[in-house]
Write a protein that binds this ligand. Structure first.
Ligand code: MN
Length: 366
């Protein structure tokens, strides 16, 4: 299966049978929690067509190498392509089988960030319209994070406003760098201003490392979840943390997937270096760890490890952790089983499975 190799470790597993799913659903009689999965990918025909139309100029870019492998146009029946485009059939069936109430949908990586500003702005707007319609057609089953085009920060801010105030979407998705540039840079501040003013979270989702950083990742197909995703998105988060930009946007809420893209593991060391080597007059008001706990939340997408879950809860607090699957890139049964059997209290499991997501993404409680 080409897709499994392309993901370099995070295999695209076939979904298990209904009988197997039933077994994962009630190991020792799991309570029937409301389950909201918070980093679930979808695509639109427009995104698929626009990616297919990208010229030879980007063919060597890691994102495009990965995209071609995952959605190979010679294989229109690729399960991944179909699963990204489906919101009416198999996706809902798998959710029902596993007791998953809701997917928080976001346009799959790299979103609109490989296109020229006009194309990207237009594609984001169309995708947001489609997302709002999907949510309307399936009451209670979907929430959604809006796309925007960082290539044009002013128009991005307008689209963010429309997405929240008109379309009633639940926050925003951005796929890390845009052309090798990062959101802490002042040209992108209209995006942070909009997110903070709208009181809506910004999910920074991985994409492959930019061309500047690409070479060492090519040798062993390390561009995606083997190391490229987490190292690049972690880099983005640390730039935001130590740049001082969070002094300017103290109420900004950023969400990271994949247990925080490695950042929680290194917070102690980041603090140490920040305090030891940065002149006092150039430090932000909070330590990096304090800023991370104030401004960031994380999800469990793609990391079904109880050891890591226990660690991030201890370091960040259970209020800052949300459950996610990373459908359709990661098989849903394993992610449900992971949280069903998590070594935490039922009160904490309520927060992880749905309470924190309801609070952070302003999802109506049932
Ligand atoms: Mn994902």
């Amino acid at each position: 299966l080409a897709a499994a190799g392309a993901l370099g470790g995070a295999s695209v597993l076939p979904e298990t049978s209904a009988a197997e799913a039933d077994r994962t659903r009630s190991p020792g009689g799991v309570r029937n929690f409301r389950r909201i999965a918070t980093e679930e990918a979808f695509s639109t025909p427009e995104q698929m067509d626009a990616m297919a139309a990208l010229g030879h100029s980007v063919w060597n870019s890691l994102d495009f190498v990965l995209w071609r492998a995952l959605t190979d146009s010679k294989n229109p029946h690729s399960p991944l392509r179909d699963r990204l485009l489906d919101v009416d059939h198999e996706r809902l069936r798998i959710m029902d089988e596993l007791g998953v109430d809701m997917h928080v949908l976001s346009l799959t990586s790299p979103g609109v960030q490989m296109f020229d500003p006009d194309t990207a702005t237009s594609l984001a707007s169309v995708a947001n319209d489609r997302l709002a319609e999907i949510i309307r057609q399936h009451p209670g089953r979907y929430a959604g994070l809006a796309s925007f085009a960082p290539q044009d920060p002013e128009r991005a801010a307008k689209e963010m406003d429309r997405a929240v105030n008109t379309l009633k979407l639940n926050g925003f998705i951005v796929n890390s760098h845009t052309g090798g540039e990062y959101l802490d840079e002042p040209k992108f501040w209209p995006i942070f201003e909009a997110a903070e003013a709208l009181d809506a979270p910004l999910y920074i989702h991985p994409r492959c490392p930019p061309d500047d950083l690409a070479r060492p990742f090519r040798d062993y197909r390390m561009e995606s979840s083997t190391w490229g995703f987490q190292s690049e998105t972690g880099l983005h988060a640390v730039r935001i943390l130590v740049s001082g930009v969070l002094d300017r946007f103290p109420k900004l809420k950023i969400v990271l997937g994949h247990m925080g893209e490695g950042v929680p593991y290194f917070l102690w060391r980041i603090d140490y270096t920040y305090n030891a080597f940065r002149p006092a007059g150039q430090r932000m008001k909070l330590t990096p760890t304090e800023a991370f706990k104030r401004n960031f939340a994380i999800t469990t997408s793609g990391v079904n490890s109880h050891a890591v879950l226990k660690y991030v809860i201890e370091v960040l607090g259970v209020e800052n952790v949300m459950w996610a699957i990373d459908y359709p890139y990661q098989a849903a049964p394993g992610s449900v089983e992971f949280m069903n059997t998590a070594p935490v209290s039922d009160d904490d499991k309520e927060k992880l499975f749905h309470g924190n997501a309801e609070r952070i993404f302003k999802i109506a409680t049932t």
